[in-house]
Design a protein around this ligand. Structure first.
Ligand code: MEV
Length: 440
């Protein structure tokens, strides 16, 4: 086997032929799998192929909805794109549970996004600081006027720029630490364009200034300009609240449930092994909506986990309090998403998701996503502190197990009935299925 030259320039057919020949023993079955996932509509197929390099076919994940979400007194059906069996079912269960208890309340607490110009400079720091304050700061705004004009008309733009001396962390390291408001767009292109202009302005102005020595000018090096996916100042809160007695029809069960639920959240606060799983469950809901609406789930993930460890210890993203017989459960989620730009209005299903959500603003979408995360965590903890997770989980997973054995519809019906009052296990399916097939 040898490296392939100019792969990206090959046609899709040539790429597939190369792949089949090189790695798949020219298998017609493997070619069929690739073909089966192509869209019948050439325009849709082309659209998908243009999203990314070297596209051969499409990779589906289920797209479903979780109805009955009452958020700030408005009813939503939340679109979710997720492959994990029990996530949509859990969302539906939570939505229904809170529907007659006032539903979910949300509030966007802040919407600031950050980008940085990372550069090195060897020289007199107070002089650089004074130059920044008295001259460069306004120049940076001036020079980005043509980039920011549209964003300003929409209510956003550059909020502030700071010069940060980071030399205590790394020799000669400085930053232009910049804050932005990007309204309904995620803002990556806008922020990165501003940053690249800031770096040009910084270099030009320092090179042209009499204040700096030749050595100082030569030492100035822009390392990189990039937005930060960490947005601890772009936070949305979602919460639910009810009387403890509403948590169960039996008052004793309700008290115990509230106690165990709160303890489960506290455990995730003090125990990182649990916190990661706890937050992973939250992200099941968050990512599903982020993906369905064409947003960047890697950014959302990285940010959420960074935020969960902001104290220096990885903790729960959700919180629970019990006071004066009131049970309250909430999440503060940092999230940077958009409802314009990117895939949101380009991918037909993302566009449809937006329509299902009544074309939300970015702030409203932040709220919906936080609700999906909170709902998911509520459902997970509800199961964990009562029946255990496997009961619901394995029921949902049953079809996956049956499909892995190539079960037909009749066999599936049989097993759904068979497991009505039993715990699903892979082993039991295997055993029972072979008995069934022997009899047939
Ligand atoms: C599974 O995807 C998610 C859970 O493990 C979350 C949790 O334990 O809180 C059920």
């Amino acid at each position: 086997m040898k490296p392939v030259e100019g792969f990206s320039k090959k046609s899709k057919e040539q790429k597939i032929a190369w792949l089949l020949e090189t790695y798949l023993q020219s298998s017609p079955q493997d070619k069929k799998v690739l073909d089966q996932y192509l869209n019948q509509d050439d325009n849709i197929q082309k659209l998908h192929e243009e999203f990314s390099e070297n596209t051969l076919t499409n990779f589906y994940i289920p797209f479903g909805i979780a109805p009955n979400f009452l958020i700030n007194q408005k009813l939503y059906a939340i679109p979710m794109a997720i492959e994990e069996s029990s996530v949509v079912a859990a969302a539906c269960k939570s939505a229904k549970f809170w529907l007659d208890k006032g539903g979910f309340k949300t509030k966007v607490l802040s919407v600031v996004k950050v980008g940085q110009v990372h550069f090195t400079f060897k020289g007199e720091v107070p002089k650089l600081q004074e130059f920044f304050r008295s001259y460069l700061y306004s120049k940076l705004f001036e020079d980005t006027q043509s980039i920011t004009e549209n964003m300003q008309n929409r209510g956003g733009g550059i909020i502030n720029i700071e010069l940060k001396d980071k030399t205590a962390d790394l020799e000669d390291y400085f930053q232009l630490y910049c804050e932005f408001e990007t309204v309904d767009s995620m803002g990556a292109n806008f922020i990165n364009s501003c940053l690249e202009q800031f770096s040009k302005t910084l270099e030009r102005e320092i090179q042209g200034s009499d204040l700096f020595s030749k050595q100082e000018k030569e030492s100035l090096t822009t390392i990189m300009c990039i937005l930060s996916n960490y947005t601890p100042e772009c936070i949305v809160r979602a919460s639910v609240k009810c009387e403890i007695s509403q948590l169960s029809s039996d008052p004793k069960d309700a008290e115990l449930f509230a106690y165990k639920f709160k303890q489960a959240v506290e455990i995730a606060n003090v125990e990182p092994y649990r916190a990661i799983t706890h937050n992973k469950g939250i992200m099941n809901g968050v990512d599903a909506v982020v993906i369905a609406t064409g947003n960047d789930f890697r950014a959302t993930e990285a940010c959420a986990h960074g935020y969960a460890s902001r104290s220096g210890k990885y903790k729960s993203l959700t919180h629970c309090s019990i006071e004066d017989n009131q049970f309250e459960f909430w999440i503060d989620l940092p999230i940077s998403i958009g409802t314009v730009g990117g895939l949101t209005q380009l991918h037909p299903l993302a566009k449809l998701s937006m329509k299902i959500l009544q074309n939300p603003t970015a702030r409203e979408l932040m709220e919906i996503i936080a609700v999906a995360g909170l709902a998911q965590n509520f459902a997970a903890l509800q199961s964990l502190v009562t029946s255990g997770i496997q009961k619901g989980h394995m029921k949902m997973h049953l079809l996956n197990i049956l499909n892995s054995f190539g079960a037909n519809e009749k066999e599936k019906e049989y097993f759904i009935d068979f497991f009505k009052d039993k715990t699903v296990s892979y082993h039991l399916v295997e055993e029972e299925l072979s008995k069934l097939r022997e009899k047939a």
